[in-house]
Design a protein around this ligand. Structure first.
Ligand SMILES: [Zn+2]
Ligand SMILES: [Zn+2]
Length: 160
């Protein structure tokens, strides 16, 4: 699944994208009361894994949070090198529905492109079809596209 996500990410950003298998122990990021993992702390811990001039997107099945929100699908460093996305709430099973791998993959692509977009300096977009629009639920995630609108793609081209 990650290999096919990488192909789509590469085509959106017009940059090579490789899948790396790395293990990062994120026990330090776990909140024992929320039973979730602090995504900001994970982003910091990813820093040593970044190759010079590259961006690094972590994919995890753990449930992520930032203190002000009940959960996040992912988080990224704005104009930074690291981003993280979680499969946890992208799975239909999380909502008590039968598994749908195609839908989960589509959601993962959108989340991956969205978070990587932030690493290219993109902020949230007003165009509801653009992948950079903010989506706090899977309903919103499912309506938006997996690609960047013309303005967001121009902004990415300008920093690449
Ligand atoms: Zn965002
Ligand atoms: Zn946009």
């Amino acid at each position: 699944m990650l290999a096919s996500v990488a192909v789509q990410v590469a085509s959106v950003f017009k940059a090579p994208c490789q899948v790396r298998h790395e293990h990062l122990d994120v026990a330090f990021a776990r909140d024992p009361i929320r039973k979730q993992y602090n995504s900001t702390a994970i982003l910091q811990a990813m820093q040593p894994f970044v190759e010079p001039g590259a961006r690094l997107l972590a994919v995890t099945s753990l449930d992520l949070y930032v203190p002000v929100l009940t959960f996040v699908f992912g988080e990224a460093q704005l104009s930074g090198a690291c981003a993280v996305v979680s499969l946890h709430r992208l799975r239909e099973e999380f909502y008590g529905l039968p598994a749908r791998d195609d839908l989960m993959r589509e959601r993962l692509v959108k989340e991956a492109v969205h978070e990587l977009g932030h690493t290219f300096g993109l902020r949230h977009c007003d165009d509801w079809r653009c992948v950079m629009t903010s989506s706090h639920g899977v309903e919103r995630l499912d309506v938006k596209g997996a690609g960047l609108c013309i303005l967001c793609s121009r902004a990415v081209a300008a920093v690449r």
